[in-house]
Design a protein around this ligand. Structure first.
Ligand SMILES: [Zn+2]
Length: 311
């Protein structure tokens, strides 16, 4: 699947997935604009001080878009700072389960790789996320410049969010797409109006309801890839429902508890929700997350920008 300019998160592989070919490239140590002639790669290492200490943002750029590195670093810094301050959990703590299984030199690194063409198993797919090593030894978030050009950071912000949120997928995919918007509205993240509309573009709100509309907990993306964009549309609007029901403080507390949970499934998410506010969550999320007809929130909830703006 190839996609340009208007990327959709539904089309980039998630944090878990199948394996991948490795690119042969030795990472130069600590260099600014260190050129590798045969690959035309430029690597930038940006040290980033966060609440739990330092992180290296390593950007390997194999394209002619050399200005991209500084831009991508600034967006990464902004997002991780905003996550730490809004959720109240340091990046180091949140990402510990991901780094746990990685060799020592790979820990506390955020690797972004920009390539003219990104392939997975011989198919050009535009981008994928392999920060956890499930897709092979070449770690990082792989992207083509057409997907994340300067000024259009939506997919980068989404993928970075997966350092905090990985499972269950209906929850994590919704949160990491919704948070850049919410954090910008709260003034915690600085995005200009075009960057913000890029984030909202990726919600796939224009996606039509399919004839067979399954609940998110069944992860129907894996059953039928053509339903991918509908999955993201439902997942992000589920976060709006939770935000509306919990309020700002309750939602922050929810995100914190989700981040700190060792492993989490749908049942665990409902336990957290009930701990924060006793409500009939089964009924509230019926049709969205759980099976059954839409109940409290109809299927067209939060499709209008003015409805989202009121949150
Ligand atoms: Zn994702």
């Amino acid at each position: 699947m190839i996609f340009f300019r208007k990327p959709k998160v539904g089309q980039i592989l998630g944090i878990l997935g199948i394996c991948f070919i490795l690119t042969i490239f030795v990472l130069p140590t600590f260099s600014q604009a260190n050129k590798k002639s045969q690959t035309k790669s430029v690597q930038s290492n940006f040290p980033l001080i966060l609440r739990g200490g330092e992180v290296q943002v390593v950007i390997r750029n194999e394209t002619s878009e050399k200005d991209w590195n500084q831009y991508a670093f600034e967006k990464t810094k902004g997002l991780l700072d905003a996550y730490e301050s809004f959720i109240g959990v340091s990046f180091h703590q949140a990402a510990a389960p991901i780094y746990k299984s990685l060799p020592e030199p790979e820990k506390n690194k955020v690797k972004l790789i920009l390539k003219e063409a990104v392939f997975l198993n011989g198919t050009r797919i535009g981008g994928y996320n392999n920060v956890s090593g499930d897709l092979g030894k070449d770690l990082g978030i792989f992207m083509e410049p057409g997907i994340v050009p300067r000024g259009y950071p939506a997919l980068l912000l989404h993928e970075l969010g997966h350092f905090y949120f990985t499972e269950p997928s209906w929850l994590s995919e919704g949160i990491v797409s919704f948070l850049p918007y919410l954090l910008t509205k709260k003034g915690t993240l600085k995005l200009d109006s075009e960057e913000l509309s890029a984030v909202m573009d990726e919600w796939s709100l224009e996606e039509a309801r399919p004839p067979k509309d399954l609940p998110l907990s069944q992860d129907f993306r894996t059953l039928d890839p053509s339903l991918g964009l509908w999955f993201y549309s439902k997942a992000v609007r589920t976060q709006m429902i939770l935000y509306k029901e919990l309020g700002n403080a309750g939602y922050k507390s929810f995100l914190k508890q989700v981040t700190l949970a060792e492993t989490l499934n749908t049942e665990g998410v409902f336990k957290i929700l009930n701990k924060i506010q006793k409500k009939n969550w089964d009924h509230i999320l019926q049709g969205w997350v759980l099976a059954g007809p839409y109940a409290v929130y109809p299927v067209n909830s939060f499709l209008q920008l003015k409805e989202i703006d009121k949150l």
